[in-house]
Design a binder for this molecule. Structure first.
Ligand code: HQG
Length: 176
């Protein structure tokens, strides 16, 4: 499969595994898995093509279960799913990449999940810059994850290295 087709299939996976499974007639379990075979039929691709998309994905967005018969998105859902990720202790500092036009709202109400389940935080500045750059010139905020965690906020680490938490009040944020 060429790169263009790979990206096209990856985008369809993101759409249907995170946001709109019903559009292609697939179902997600409560913890976000879907059966591979009906997915292949719905997308009109082969198992080899799906394996290629999953293996080459730049952010490892999709993961198979231990048996290889089910697949899910590792983060980013808007449909209700409970990924059952264990709570984890974050590094002392995490980062959030955004753009200047959101800063007033962020500094007023903190980081909110918006259309996703959780606020997505990056482990390093370079990743946060990439996340913010999707919307314009990136602005990177530092998150005092050590203090948040000490104050009882729950953190989870997705299978692809994204830190997830429900809300980050503004007092834990600083500019970088
Ligand atoms: C902003 C992509 C106003 C927030 C990325 C962000 C990431 C607020 C946008 C992952 C706000 C939400 C997540 C507030 C937050 N007021 N704006 N109170 N709180 N925002 O896409 O973090 O390609 O839902 O700064 O690479 O940008 O999908 O979150 O700009 O890893 O795998 O609201 O999605 O990965 O946008 O990105 P998003 P995000 P994938």
């Amino acid at each position: 499969m060429n790169e263009k087709d790979t990206i096209r299939v990856s985008k369809r996976l993101a759409r249907h595994l995170r946001h709109a499974p019903e559009e292609i007639g697939i179902q997600l379990t409560a913890d976000g898995w879907t059966e591979v075979d009906p997915l292949l039929a719905a997308l009109g691709i082969s198992r080899e093509q799906l394996d290629h998309v999953v293996a080459t994905n730049d952010k490892r967005r999709y993961a198979f279960d231990d048996t290889g018969t089910r697949i899910r998105a590792s983060q980013g859902h808007s449909v209700p799913v409970e990924l059952n990720l264990p709570a984890a202790t974050p590094p002392d500092t995490l980062y959030h990449g955004t753009v200047a036009r959101f800063l007033d709202a962020i500094m007023a109400e903190g980081l909110r999940p918006m259309s996703r389940h959780d606020v997505h935080l990056s482990p390093d500045v370079a990743t946060a810059i990439r996340v913010g750059s999707r919307r314009g010139k990136a602005v990177v905020l530092a998150v005092d994850a050590k203090a948040l965690h000490a104050d009882g906020h729950v953190f989870r680490l997705s299978a692809n290295g994204v830190w997830l938490t429900a809300h980050v009040p503004a007092r834990y944020l600083s500019s970088t």
